[in-house]
Design a protein around this ligand. Structure first.
Ligand SMILES: [Zn+2]
Length: 288
């Protein structure tokens, strides 16, 4: 199969892409189990992309249950170099309004016990994660959003909580006091695994509400209207973005070399089974 260079992982409210002309559906089995769903391959704006619904089509998988290792490994096996994640979030700041898009540049981990690395079982690697998102890809997305007149901002910290419950008011106020900007349940460990797989990773965070810190009456009507507007805008944005060849290039090539000096284990000490499972990721650096 010809490699697909770009993948989109859809979150809450984005289970299919309106503009995607589907040309193939792939059930991929990985050494880490099954991905969230079939991976759809199709075209938008004349360019091929892969699409995966993070929660499964029909929303069957909660954030703690997502097999992120399988999702990222499956994308890597298709030849993907860049991932755009679409994630619904709550806002922790007055000026970030429901309906806005945010391209975060930082992450704060409040998840508990999720599998957050491909390594272990006799193979150790420590990748750099100081800058968890690909700045080049985020800037490109932000530029297209601005051209389309979508209210969006670049930069900001995404707090990733375990869920599935939303925060208490005390937690929400605490996160606000740290200066964080948005709150969601899925960017970790997805971003960590994308980094270990040497993929660019950027998130389009779709703001649905003000979390619970703001004593605001949330009505179902309001939330549904925001979700609908967000879905329409994200489809417009992706169509514009994917007609741009620049989306397939990486301006800061660091993303594609994150394992270069990160693997600590002596090659001859990596157990055979571990090597076989990791070969797709480490094969260019380590030969048994
Ligand atoms: Zn990158």
């Amino acid at each position: 199969m010809e490699p697909v260079k770009l993948a989109i992982i859809g979150g809450s409210g984005v289970y299919r892409l309106e503009k995607l002309k589907i040309t193939g559906e792939h059930e991929i089995m990985t050494p880490f189990g099954k991905p969230s769903d079939k991976i759809l391959i199709g075209e938008i704006g004349g360019n091929r992309v892969a699409f995966l619904a993070r929660h499964g089509e029909g929303h069957l998988i909660m954030p703690s249950e997502i097999n992120n290792c399988a999702n990222i490994w499956a994308m890597k096996s298709l030849g993907v170099r860049r991932i755009i994640s679409i994630s619904a979030v709550g806002s922790l700041k007055e000026e970030i309004r429901p309906g806005d898009f945010v391209l975060p540049d930082q992450l704060f981990d409040r998840t508990k016990g999720r599998v957050s690395t491909f390594f272990g079982n006799g193979a150790v690697a420590h990748v750099s994660f100081a800058e968890p998102y690909c700045s080049g890809l985020s800037e490109l997305i932000h530029g297209h959003a601005a051209n389309l007149g979508i209210r969006s901002s670049i930069g900001g910290t995404y707090v990733c909580i375990e869920g599935p419950q939303f925060s208490t008011k005390a937690e929400s106020r605490f996160y606000r006091s740290t200066g964080a900007d948005i709150i969601g349940m899925t960017n970790l460990p997805e971003a960590k695994l994308a980094r270990e797989a040497e993929l660019c990773y950027a998130t389009i965070a779709l703001v649905t509400d003000y979390d619970v810190w703001k004593d605001e009456t949330v009505t179902v009507d309001k939330v549904l209207a925001t979700l609908k507007a967000n879905a329409e805008n994200v489809n417009r944005l992706l169509e514009s973005l994917l007609s741009d060849r620049g989306v397939f290039e990486c301006a800061d090539h660091a993303c594609w070399h994150s394992l270069e000096n990160a693997i600590m284990t002596a090659p001859d000490k990596i157990p055979h089974d571990t090597y076989r499972n990791l070969e797709l990721l480490i094969g260019r650096y380590v030969k048994p």
